[in-house]
Design a protein around this ligand. Structure first.
Ligand code: NDP
Length: 292
């Protein structure tokens, strides 16, 4: 048996189409486009690429994109003042602070992110939004797990009553993924670095989500035949002749697991493509929740 490949490109396109349609309808109702402000502090080259990608995605979806660049030497107070100004700006529906922050303010990351108005927290990291997710209230959910859930639903994967096992308990991926699947009536187990007999648990999973940052950790013998395997991991292997920059692999041994699984996301080309597309949907959701 060979698994159905869940291609990120296909699902990301669907998300962008949904975001664009909802953004256009929002503009009809309110006479303005939904707006996303992205703050970048310093000149981290990887961050600059991510911010450019977000800007391009906004353009493609009819979302107004506002870029704010602060110098590498910016103080916490300067960054907080910028967030306060965006919180008060009626044309801004979503605010993102691109991470990582420069060294002098990195230790204040939680305080800085918590300053974002929860209604504009399109990353879904604010404790208010985390609490809303946990209690089943409308709010903004972290983009990567929200994207994974929407992909599973669009792919027609049965969630109600399914056994879901999630590897990883981070605030950004593992925990919100568990909450989302629980809300869809899956029976959810969360595993982490202290979990005993991990393979016994993974072999019970109808839906297995791997988000641990360990290259090719999940092997075929850990997967129930026919299971749906979602690989969130992005790991760069050491450079070799064929891949001078180092090959990108997931947390799942794709070659082996695809022979056992019913459906699987590849790396690259899987979940990694969903996050920015889902961010577009979150910006429109934030605009709708604020204005409708
Ligand atoms: P974190 O490092 O924050 O969390 C990793 C989690 O995995 C922790 O809960 C840790 O357990 C657990 N873990 C680590 N090793 C093992 C192990 N051997 N067995 C069981 N559990 C283990 O990572 P993130 O959640 O931020 O990211 C996970 C992966 O997903 C990374 O590869 C990252 O690059 C990728 N990612 C991809 C995104 C995308 O596609 N857009 C977005 C975000 C992340 P413990 O809590 O006990 O330490």
């Amino acid at each position: 048996m060979s698994a159905k490949i869940l291609e990120g490109k296909y699902f990301a396109q669907k998300f962008r189409e949904d975001a664009a349609a909802r953004a256009a309808a929002f503009e009809e109702r309110h006479g303005r486009r939904p707006g996303l402000a992205v703050i970048i502090v310093g000149e981290n080259p990887a961050s600059q690429v991510y911010v450019r990608n977000k800007h391009k995605a906004c353009e493609a979806c009819g979302i107004k994109s506002i870029g704010i660049e602060l110098p590498e030497t910016a103080t916490k107070e300067e960054l907080l003042a910028q967030i306060d100004a965006l919180n008060a700006d009626e044309a801004v529906d979503g605010i993102l602070v691109q991470l990582p922050l420069p060294r002098q303010i990195a230790r204040d990351e939680a305080e800085i992110l918590n300053r974002i108005d929860p209604a504009k927290d399109v990353d879904g990291f604010h404790p208010v939004n985390v609490g809303r997710l946990a209690t089943g209230q409308p709010g903004l959910v972290s983009c990567t797990p929200a994207g994974c859930l929407k992909m599973l639903e669009l792919a027609g994967i049965e969630l109600d009553g399914a056994r879901a096992v999630i590897l990883g308990r981070s605030n950004i991926v593992g925990k919100p993924m568990a909450q989302l699947l629980l809300a869809k009536h899956a029976t959810v187990t969360i595993c982490h670095s202290h979990t005993k007999n991990l393979s016994e648990l993974t072999r019970e999973a109808d839906i297995l989500v791997a988000a641990i940052g360990r290259p090719k950790f999940v092997t075929a013998d850990m997967v129930k035949p026919g299971a749906t395997v979602v690989d969130v991991g992005i790991n760069r292997l050491a450079p070799d002749e064929e891949h001078p920059k180092g090959k990108l692999v997931g947390d799942v041994d794709f070659e082996g697991v695809q022979e056992v699984a019913g459906a699987i996301t590849p790396v690259p080309g899987g979940v990694g493509l969903l996050t920015v597309a889902m961010l577009m949907e979150n910006v429109v959701t934030a605009a709708e929740l604020r204005e409708d």
